[in-house]
Design a protein around this ligand. Structure first.
Ligand SMILES: [Zn+2]
Length: 314
């Protein structure tokens, strides 16, 4: 992932490139049209005389007229040969510097978000899954012996997730989504990821089996940049915890990642089909104790939404 500082560098280079390209283009046009350097010489000369006239006496008006006429002549000449001497910036607001009058340019903000999206592994298709598009009608409002109906329970979790996003920089706890498949865990994880990406945060979204595969791939590589992202992204989302084949190495690395993230205040969202007992059996104590001590436990229950949606023809 590119860090924000690196993106500033990209913008600076882009600006410089446009300026350089314009200079080269200008040089070529000037070589092909000797009238242009001649006109420039006359304009410079008239400009100098105009300054002198302003400082001294008389004639300034006449020289100014001459200067304007020369400038107009140059413009017309350029128009006649169809020449363009200006740098071609992608963004006219900031001239590709990323900084506009009122601070960070919109184009820079957009690019940073796009960069974060690419880095997050979030598929574009999933981005429909937002807080706004949440479909409450899929959740039953019958308590069925529980304290809260699935819909009420979901409202609690939904609110918690929205607060997690809103106070992301200050909140201490992480999120642990627990519950069977098809109850909205992935949907809400995606909504959280998407909302944070739009706030300019870096998010990695990865399933636990894919995560373990990546750790094994990176294990013997010298370049640790790809590994580093799991430690340093603002939010790490590990989906489907418990479905991966762990080894001593991946277990230890996972524990290291959790530890360092907790220490540096970087957030984690885990989701799992396992219950507490299952988690305790699947992971070593180091991982389990971190999970129990530093996570909001969100328990999803109710009817499988995919089956329900299918039945209702949604
Ligand atoms: Zn811009």
């Amino acid at each position: 992932m590119r860090k924000t500082e690196e993106l500033w560098g990209v913008f600076a280079a882009r600006h410089a490139e446009a300026v350089y390209e314009a200079a080269e283009r200008r040089e070529k046009i000037y070589k092909e049209n000797p009238a242009l350097p001649e006109l420039d010489r006359k304009i410079t000369d008239a400009g100098a005389r105009y300054c002198l006239a302003l400082a001294g006496e008389g004639e300034a008006d006449a020289i100014k007229e001459e200067l304007t006429a020369l400038q107009k002549q140059k413009e017309e000449f350029l128009a006649a040969i169809g020449a363009d001497l200006e740098p071609h910036f992608a963004c006219s607001l900031c001239q590709d510097t990323g900084m506009a009058e009122e601070g960070m340019c919109e184009c820079f903000r957009r690019e940073r978000i796009a960069e974060n999206f690419r880095f997050s592994n979030l598929e574009q298709a999933l981005t429909e899954q937002s807080f706004e598009n949440f479909d409450w009608s899929l959740f039953s409002d019958e308590a069925q012996g529980k304290l809260l109906s699935p819909r009420e329970n979901m409202k609690k979790i939904y609110t918690l997730c929205k607060e997690f996003v809103e106070h992301f920089d200050h909140i201490r706890e992480n999120l642990l989504f627990v519950g069977a498949t098809g109850l909205g865990k992935t949907y809400l994880s995606t909504a959280v990821a998407k909302a944070l990406l739009e706030k300019g945060k870096s998010v990695i979204y990865i399933s636990a089996p894919e995560f373990v595969r990546r750790l094994e791939d990176l294990r013997f590589k010298d370049d640790k940049t790809d590994l580093e992202q799991f430690f340093t992204a603002d939010l790490l989302i590990l989906d489907d915890l418990g479905t991966e084949n762990t080894t001593a190495y991946t277990m230890a690395t996972l524990a290291d990642i959790i530890d360092q993230r907790l220490r540096t205040g970087r957030k984690i969202l885990f989701s799992t089909n396992l219950n507490l007992d299952g988690i305790q059996k699947a992971y070593d104590e180091r991982v389990v104790s971190r999970l129990l001590g530093n996570f909001f436990y969100c328990y999803f229950y109710g009817e499988d939404l995919r089956i329900k949606a299918f039945k209702e023809g949604k």
